[in-house]
Design a protein around this ligand. Sequence first.
Ligand SMILES: Nc1ncnc2c1ncn2[C@@H]1O[C@H](COP(=O)(O)OP(=O)(O)OP(=O)(O)O)[C@@H](O)[C@H]1O
Length: 730
Amino acid sequence: MSHDISDRRHAVAEEQAFLDLALARHAAVLAQLEAEIAAAPADDVGRARSASLRRRHAELRHAGEALVFGRLDAADGKVRHIGRIGLHRADPGLTGTPHDASSTPSEDNEPLVLDWRAPASRPFYTATPLHPQGQARRRHVRVDGPTVTGVDDEPLDHSHDGRSSRAAALVGEGALLSALGQRRTGRMTTAIATLQREQDDIVRADADGPLIVQGGPGTGKTVVALHRVAYLLFTHRRMADQAVLVLGPSARFLDYITQVLPALGETAVVSTTCDDLVPGVRVQREESRVLAEIKGRSSWQAAIESLVAEHRPTATDLTAHWDGEEFVVPAAQVTHSLAAVAARPYHDARRVFSEQFRQILTDAVVERREAMLTEVEEGYEDILEKFDRSSAAPGGPAGGASGVEVDGALTEDDVEELRERIAGSAAVDAVLTAWWPDLDPAPMLRRLLSSPQALRRHAPHLTDDEIALIAAEPEGWSPGDVPLLDALADALGEPTPPPAPGEFIADRARAQRGWVYGHVVVDEAQELSEMQWRMVLRRCPSRSVTAVGDIDQAEASHRHTSWAQAVRSTFGDRWRAAELTICYRTPREVMDLTGPVLEKAGSRNSPPRAVRSSGVTPWEETMTEDEIPARTAQLVAGMRERWAGGTVGVVTTAARAGALTAALPGVPVLTATGAKGLEWDATLVVDPAGITAGPRGWNGLYVALTRCTQELGQVHVTPESSRTGGIVSE
Ligand SMILES: Nc1ncnc2c1ncn2[C@@H]1O[C@H](COP(=O)(O)OP(=O)(O)OP(=O)(O)O)[C@@H](O)[C@H]1O
């Protein structure tokens, strides 16, 4: 035992010495970057360089939190330290870069700290005693600021083959369980030190097509998705240049994950919800489930295309006036030009047609001018001829006009000037606009949705009842309208190229509806409607998409119960599946309750296997309606006391949320939908029967029950004044 303690002390001292070295190097690199930023010239090149240095500075500053968190001792004796960011021993390049990631460092250029995303770091996440990958030991280094507080060692050599199957399934069990047992702060933190094998496989998977990750509650889907973003941005320069889009289920969820990517040093990321994805469009009201389902169907794509097709102009003679003369471009020529732009979006086609039209007009004006000049010239030559003849007569003037050639052509400069005048002509523009107007998607969609006739014409998939429901909707956009607006804006195309403000790529991407991202991550992907999936695809035509979700937590109004159904209209069968099987959040005591709930939800899956137990037995209490406000306040107060320094949340029905929020000041009271993706140390579920009464209610209850990391309480509501149960255990 004492031998163990002295070994441990020695290990801590050893890691402290290394951390001191890494911190000193970190400070030196930061200072060097600061000097370079200060010295950067104020011209354009200097500003661009300084922006890139500032980004690296910010990335490095964030890395201070997890400068070193692990160590691998190879079987050949080589020692490598792993950290949030690569750090070289001496000057070249100062920090690890994506370029470094793909090349194995040479002996003499071995980095001081290896970036966790570099290929050489991989065994830290994947080596096992059965497959040690050339490693003899994995060490997790626990650090508090500049101080090493402990180490967890895992031998990976064959002498430890006989370890328990659970331990063999987990990587760095001690460090993992310690991280999972921490109080929750209301903000997700990074998990780079304790990513598990099945998670790491997904983080580093190829990004060249859609990857759909199924995982039960608490299996680390969000963790995996966010670490994957950091990994992809590090590994593929292209993604950093195009930015990555992260779509989450709610603003509250985005707030919850807000610090993970900056803590991983990433700035080329836009995080938003489907509702907020289209710049300039705000959701102003909710909609019924029925309407949400109707508007989510992929058949709207055809309806939108039909609507736009109806607005395209039909060929006709086009008449323009130039310098007081009338020019007619005949319908046959217009037909020809229209056919050439038929495949382009509406505004794009208009722009190209307009250029062609102006060219045709220029040619016509030139032709007529030249014809006129020729006429004038011929008349002039007649006169000259007559004049020549008369002057050739004895006594006529000396010399003659014969031999003077006027060829009736305009000079190139004349034609160019004419072309420019026609290009900038408001009168010509007016002719085009009257026939092919610019269209604004918002009023156009509003007109479609409020007109039963138009709906019947363009959306033949809708029944009369469905049309009546849509047409009776009030003003203001609802969530289901946003993908329709996006589809319409896309089919129309941008009338003029949008501006691109902002220093960072993410600012520019966020401001442009038509931005094409390098990769898109969708969290809680089971909730997306087919039309929302199309919004995703429009932003990533390369289909480099990672979607994480739990089909068993689906509450949305669509009727999908499998991923194949959910993404068929988007990806067909061209997507890869991956699975996460271990629940890190919810303790075993709670997960044991969820099997029957899942069954009632109609799922054939089993809940994921909980990795830990909290030692707290879930409890329930029954009370009358009148007792709810005061008694739940007492129960929540008890929970807050038990989990002091942590968080407590309440999940209930939409109908009860308002009154409970008033009764529980300072406590988040959410519906199951609102609680998606979130977690607290302790959760109180109020009125589980009420939650299950709604459509997909059992899925909702499954979400509600799985939000806690430690303690679960349930409050049942009874109409009688009889009350049973109580706190069973703490
Ligand atoms: N490898 C890990 N190391 C440390 N913590 C982890 C790890 N994996 C998951 N966790 C923690 O487990 C909890 C659940 O993770 P996460 O929210 O990513 O799960 P999820 O699958 O998205 O859950 P849900 O479906 O309920 O939204 C979080 O607190 C997360 O930090």
